[in-house]
Ligand binder design. Structure first.
Ligand SMILES: Cc1cc2nc3c(=O)[nH]c(=O)nc-3n(C[C@H](O)[C@H](O)[C@H](O)COP(=O)(O)OP(=O)(O)OC[C@H]3O[C@@H](n4cnc5c(N)ncnc54)[C@H](O)[C@@H]3O)c2cc1C
Ligand code: SF4
Length: 345
């Protein structure tokens, strides 16, 4: 039997890779820095996922349970890889918990870091407690507490969701689109309207990018849930002492608009993992211009710049869960093919 494949990161991508390899009879060591597996959907307490409507704790939690119960997967929680030396088929890794292990290949599935909204101070996060992020609203819903203003626990009567916070913003060095936040925001808007039918929900957008079949979320949110959309450039979020005030320009009619709200939600984007520089250093792989892990193209899309080290999921740039899982499966197949070729040589 060949040496195990080392998978770093146990989010959707790493879990998919581990499941695929174990299913093919290949032993795996799965390392995650956190004490719980599941990546962002579990660690950040997402509620119902788009586009399936499944609860994250069931869908991704199910992947965690299957991997944790698989005898071919050795799970190491609360650990990082500190060194990784050798050649394809014969690597040695040292972990932060002192363990040393052999690996035939590695898959980096180290994901992303949520944009920290304090980097957009003019939009009120960190200044006003009722300016929150999509992640916080997901947690309010998934915990069963419901959507409430953090300042005093009241039910909001008016909510604004601001899209593209920390994405498509060259002023703060983030020119990428985070792909999924439009659809997530349409879904959150509908969930708020469902829980609080008296609450008015507005989505402020530059463009709506509910691409592919996700466009149904855009139409349904307007037609069935009466969510209102404003194409706007937002200047600032302030407070008059009672309400949050969103000021900007309606870019369709080219007029200034100032609207009061009880709660403002930042649809935060997906930054490169803040640890990518050190991960790239340990594994000897290249980063692309924005700091994501660089991957090969087309026929070798799971490859990194180092033979025997593969990559999958949001480690490579903003990705959806579906695409992260598909990339995890692809990286597993690429690693397995490499090991089989080595064994046959
Ligand atoms: C608010 C919000 C809501 C979203 N909702 C949806 C949705 O409904 N549907 C959808 O398709 N997508 C959604 N997404 C996107 C989704 O979060 C990603 O597609 C998905 O998490 C990517 O999976 P991943 O496994 O690549 O990375 P991650 O989920 O980021 O997992 C990476 C894992 O690697 C671990 N790790 C990181 N660095 C290290 C290290 N150095 N050593 C060891 N372990 C490490 C982390 O602890 C983590 O467990 C949402 C994103 C946001 C921001
Ligand atoms: S998916 Fe929508 S909200 Fe997210 S960055 Fe792209 S355009 Fe902005």
């Amino acid at each position: 039997m060949s040496k195990p494949v080392l998978i770093v990161g146990a989010g959707p991508a790493g879990l998919a890779a581990a499941g695929a390899l174990a299913g093919a009879g290949q032993p795996v060591v799965l390392v995650d820095k956190e004490s719980r597996l599941g990546g962002a959907p579990i660690l950040s307490g997402y509620a119902k996922l788009v586009p399936t409507g499944e609860w994250a704790k069931d869908a991704i939690g199910g992947m965690v349970r299957r991997v944790e119960q698989d005898a071919l997967v050795m799970v190491k929680k609360g650990a990082r890889v500190e060194s990784f030396e050798g050649e394809p088929g014969g690597f040695r890794a040292m972990l932060s918990d002192g363990a040393s292990l052999e690996a035939g290949a590695a898959i980096l599935a180290t994901g992303f870091t949520h944009f920290d909204s304090v980097n957009k101070p003019e939009w009120g996060f960190g200044t006003f407690p009722d300016v929150v992020t999509t992640t916080q609203v997901e947690q309010m819903i998934s915990s069963g507490r419901g959507v409430r203003c953090p300042s005093d626990g009241r039910k909001p009567q008016r909510v604004a969701i601001l899209l593209c916070v920390g994405s498509r913003d060259r002023q703060i060095g983030r020119e990428w689109c985070s792909k999924i936040c439009c659809t997530v925001s349409c879904n959150i808007a509908m969930e708020i309207r469902e829980e609080l039918p008296e609450c008015h929900v507005y989505i402020y957008y530059m463009d709506i990018r509910t691409y592919g079949l996700n466009e149904t979320f855009y139409w349904k949110s307007q037609e069935e849930f009466k969510v209102k959309y404003i194409k706007a450039r937002i200047a600032e979020v302030t407070s008059d002492g009672q309400k949050l005030i969103v000021k900007g320009e309606d870019t369709l009619v080219k007029r200034p608009i100032t609207i009061p709200f009880d709660m403002v939600v930042h649809a935060i984007g997906m930054d490169p993992n803040v640890e990518n520089k050190s991960i790239a250093g340990v594994f000897g792989v290249g980063l692309q211009e924005h700091g994501h892990i660089a991957r090969g193209s087309y026929g070798a899309s799971s490859a990194t710049s180092r033979p025997g080290v593969f990559v999958a999921g949001a480690a490579t740039g903003p990705e959806t869960i579906d695409d992260s899982i598909a990339q995890g499966n692809a990286a597993a197949m690429a690693a397995l093919a490499m090991l089989r070729r080595k064994a046959a040589a």
